[in-house]
Ligand binder design. Structure first.
Ligand code: URA
Length: 184
């Protein structure tokens, strides 16, 4: 059920990040969504507002969704980590391990038709690989043993720094649309 899961995340002290967070960031959106988008971890804006992808990267993410005809409210958005790492450093392996059961439960409850991994951290952790994001993107993976198709693409924050890569992200979104279309 969602309520105990949400409470567990709000009160979580499993890793050190709980001592520096303003609040945890559970996830947001349609709990019956076909699309589950997974990013890395809350940034400063997300830590303050309690919602994933509300800063500049989030604005770009919303625009990417609109480009494929989706409102933000139609999808579900979560992160690998529920709490902000200080100074936006990369998540540490022990933090990922502590946090993973929360995301796994969210995936079980949502049962999405497709997972879109945003950026290296999400893609590598979900696929349990160290392969570079540039090699993971552009094709359809499976999320572990669930049969849920997983597509990896660049993180919107990376696209803000490297707009020349937007074309590839657009191709990944098209692949995701087609993959979902084939499933239904
Ligand atoms: N970057 C992420 O990976 N997740 C957020 O929620 C915000 C920025």
């Amino acid at each position: 059920d969602w309520t105990p899961l949400q409470t567990a995340v709000e009160t979580c002290t499993l890793c050190d990040l709980h001592s520096s967070r303003t609040q945890s960031v559970f996830g947001v959106g349609n709990r019956n969504a076909d699309w589950l988008l997974i990013g890395e971890a809350p940034g400063r804006d997300e830590d303050q507002q309690g919602e994933p992808f509300v800063g500049r990267a989030g604005q770009l993410l919303n625009a990417m969704l609109r480009a494929i005809g989706l409102q933000r409210e139609q999808v579900y958005i979560a992160n690998i980590l529920k709490c902000r790492p200080p100074n936006n450093r990369d998540p540490k392996p022990d933090e990922v391990v502590c946090c993973e059961p929360y995301l796994m439960r969210q995936i079980e409850l949502i049962r999405p038709g497709l997972i879109l991994a945003l950026g290296r951290t999400a893609a590598q952790n979900l696929l349990r690989t160290e392969t570079a994001i540039g090699r993971l993107r552009g094709r359809v993976h499976q999320f572990r043993d669930t049969g849920i198709p997983l597509i990896a693409t660049y993180h919107p924050a990376y696209l803000l720094r490297s707009p020349g890569e937007k074309r590839k992200a657009w191709q990944d979104l098209q692949l995701a649309v087609e993959t979902l279309r084939e499933r239904v």
